[in-house]
Design a protein around this ligand. Sequence first.
Ligand SMILES: [Zn+2]
Length: 261
Amino acid sequence: MSTRKRVAIDDLDTFQPAGECPNCKLNVAFIHRSRRQVWPELVELSFGRSSGPDFNGPSQASERPDMFRVVEHVLQCPRCRKTCVLHQHSGPDLPEDLEKVGEALEAKASKVRFTVCVYPAGEPDQLAPEAPESVRGLFAEGARCEQAGALRAAGAMYRAAVEELCADRGAEGNNLIAKIADLVNRGVPAELARDLDEARMLGNWSPHKGLNFFHDEVADVASLIKEAVFLLYVQPVERSAGACTASGISFTRTTIFTPST
Ligand SMILES: [Zn+2]
């Protein structure tokens, strides 16, 4: 799992958001201690009981909030009593229908894009030590980019890591598509090879025009690479050590990619 500390906390804009405490790792109903917009302007979004349980009461913001904005939430865990600081990033919510885009821009329609736990912050993700150093290095750099929100750079690094992995496995082909396909002959399940192709497409980011990069996509590619590394480098070592303990590691990735049929 990516350690960019993407938070899985539900109902962040309520009095009692629920989810895993990043300090004690227990599932709790947090106490919502404060909420304020911190970018592009500092706007207190605190609330009185009269504003209702959903925070949608009047705030100091007299105008519609910016489409691009960051709202900081401070939650306190009722179990360990420690706080965590979350940044909720919002961006434009534009409809597919081009004729309605003007209307949405006018209304400053926006939605939450992703939420990051800025404190306690996690260390960037790393590949298992069994993986080749060259792959690990590229992956680590991608993870640092991902953590910093430099998603295109992360995509490029993850793509390079896949390329290096193909080279290490001796995958053959004239281009990366062919090499990834050839991984099937080198111990990678067909489904995983097909998914890994997403890393290639993600890293080949010029067609994305820089707009359609979502954190989930990048994080999923990181998970795919970790899965491939597990199957190709970690599991064989465990097996040869007579410890078939693959059950200790679960891959419950929820890929958002629909395999092409
Ligand atoms: Zn806690």
